[in-house]
Design a protein around this ligand. Sequence first.
Ligand code: MGD
Ligand code: MGD
Ligand code: SF4
Ligand code: MO
Length: 728
Amino acid sequence: MTDATASNTQIHRRSCHLCEAMCGVKIAVRDGKILSVRGDDDDPFSRGHVCPKVVGLKDVHEDPERLREPMRRTANGWEKISWDAALDLAVTRLDAIRKQHGNDAIALYFGNPTVHSYTAFLGGIRFARSLRTRNRYSATSVDQLPHHYAAQAMYGHQFLLPIPDLDRTEFFLLIGCNPVVSNGSLMTVPDVTRRLKDLRARGGSLVVVDPRRTETADIADRHLFVRPGTDAWLLLAMLHVIFAEGRERLGRLESFVDGLEAVRAACRGITPDIAARATGIEAEEIRRLARDFATAPSAVCHGRMGASTQEFGALTQWLIQVLNIVTGNLDRSGGAMFTKPAFDLVSLGGGPSARGTSARKTRVSGLAEFGGEFPVAALAEEIDTPGDGQIRALVTAAGNPVLSTPNGSRLDRALPELDFLLSIDFYLNETSRHAHLILPPTFALERDHYDVIFHALAIRNTAKYCSPLFERAETARHDYEIFAALTQGLEARDERKKTGVFATLRDRWLTPRRTLALALRFGPYGARWNPFADGLTLSRLRNRPEGVDLGPLEPCLPARLRTRDRRIQLAPASLLDDLQRLERRREAVVASRATTLLLIGRRDPRTNNSWLHNSARLVKGPRRCTLRMHPDDALRLSMTDGSTVEVKSRTGAIRLPLEITNELAPGVVSMPHGWGHDRPGTQTSVASAHAGVSINDLTDERLVDALSGNAALNGVPVTVQRIDERAA
Ligand SMILES: Nc1nc2c(c(=O)[nH]1)N[C@H]1C(S)=C(S)[C@@H](COP(=O)(O)OP(=O)(O)OC[C@H]3O[C@@H](n4cnc5c(=O)[nH]c(N)nc54)[C@H](O)[C@@H]3O)O[C@H]1N2
Ligand SMILES: Nc1nc2c(c(=O)[nH]1)N[C@H]1C(S)=C(S)[C@@H](COP(=O)(O)OP(=O)(O)OC[C@H]3O[C@@H](n4cnc5c(=O)[nH]c(N)nc54)[C@H](O)[C@@H]3O)O[C@H]1N2
Ligand code: SF4
Ligand SMILES: [Mo]
């Protein structure tokens, strides 16, 4: 570049942290202003790919409504206060509540962006531990909890999640995921659409099982419409066929798998004909799918949101693992494989918690704790049900549970009952509007970044460290600084737990960045003690801002298993037992096919859960918050395209425009989540102008996967009514 002005332009490389795909971006900056955000062709993993959401990096950074200073609620509205005063207020209030009502009176909710910031993640773990409350909740239980449940039971660690070896597989069976729109989940894969097309170009097959003909189904070889919540029957019947025809081939897995006979017995009674009645997929299709999967040179089945956030989430995730294992497709090229991440939470002892289900139950509904957390479906009732052990204070961090958890309107009504609500968030949104105090952290471009979680879930072993683009303002605080100040403040006031000098010094020295540096140095690729070794260190990674490729996934079993005997539990007792619940539900599920409309979710390429709707560039265009319905249902209910309809469930009623489309199976309606921005008191004017309505006013906190406690956000029974325009 010769132009003098242009020569002032700096290019900053980093990973987009908005979704799981970790796309490399190049951000052009001049005089502190972002000129453009583009894909980074030099990133070896994403190879230049970005999606439309990437503009969110600039738009959120520059958003004038993004909070930059702490805000305290007063009788006359919000008041800006200094960080010192704000942190002191938070510590004083939390400490008083803890002393009056006990540790469990303070609840915590960690939202999704926590796992997209290693500093927030590590700082949050430490804060949560120091609070010593049982009332810990997170977005995990409206998302992937069933994956953790199955992984813990089968492989001995909740983070031992097998990842599809997408670039090498010959047969990809996707159950309840739509990566073309979501850009992949529990499968970090930038540029997923091209990779799916490459799979087909090399002669492989892509099969999608989904109640909706999704954007991913559109590029697949085959799409099977499935009745929501019935995938477990499909998988059992596939296994039935595989065993009945003697097609099981465990190969080298055989020497460390226990429970094959129990699984064989469990699916003996579930024939394709039985499964057809529950799922709506023809028996012959089920047989064909089972045979194709079992005979493909390599195959992998992956299930996501649609498979997890349903009545039988844990069973479904378990059966997906079983299918991969009995066809010999676990831990082999082209199958489901474990990563070898440079920062390895599994070897480090498990991150937040390597624990599985405990004996602890929630007070009101008796939902089980898993991994040190309770299911968030129980949060509202734990706040609004009086009695011993009632939640009095809540700290939300990077979450918007009013829009993202089942029966969000009950939570919306419960939050004002709290003695103290602290929101660590930079938006005044549907949840934080109820806060007594909001502590707004920096946004991503002011922090350094390493994807501790998503490198561990990626389809290739990769590592990338990003320096901050902008220095944080003197008047700003990072999430981890907020957590550290709260932790230290509360520990200083805790007479019963006097932290020793050594522990205090250690905790202050061990910042997230030092933790990262140590984890990389002593991780699987690390230089360890040897300063002359080639291995990975944080400073070497910093010198490779485009990121490094550490190779394809490699077989690592049984060594990587964390079960006590280093063997895979193919048939854990709790999952086998849960088959009885499935069986008990069968008749009702079959009968409901003729009578009940079921509501499912939908994601859009230009949204990210609830929090990118204040970007004018992302919300512009046609209305996205619509109810989609099959023409047969619309005809039966005398509804016309574009009209406003009312959708009702046990928990509430909402009104939104109708779109009639045969992309849905009859008997199924769909709408997106993360909308409903018209509540008073928020400060997101662009989002409010494109408010939409919240699907989670219809989802039901009582509909959970009884085994894992995960919310069943998909498959909610609803009725849909025409609104008489004149009466409305
Ligand atoms: N653009 C965009 N990308 C995102 C996000 C976003 O909000 N917007 N969110 C990010 C997050 S937090 C996550 S967790 C991931 C999620 O990533 P995905 O799981 O890939 O995303 P979804 O679109 O929720 O896909 C779920 C699919 O399951 C289907 N489904 C619903 N019920 C059932 C059922 O009972 N059985 C079966 N077989 N299918 C069912 C739905 O029709 C839908 O197509 O996406 C991430 N990426
Ligand atoms: N019906 C239905 N409900 C769903 C889903 C669905 O498919 N259907 N999807 C579920 C899924 S997969 C998920 S992950 C959850 C998400 O649920 P949540 O995590 O509760 O909600 P988000 O909308 O992701 O809100 C994230 C919040 O974090 C803030 N934020 C962003 N970055 C940062 C940061 O760095 N630090 C801090 N402190 N705050 C930050 C944003 O301003 C926003 O308020 O929703 C779930 N809810
Ligand atoms: S797919 Fe889009 S949102 Fe996700 S990391 Fe890539 S650019 Fe960011
Ligand atoms: Mo999620």
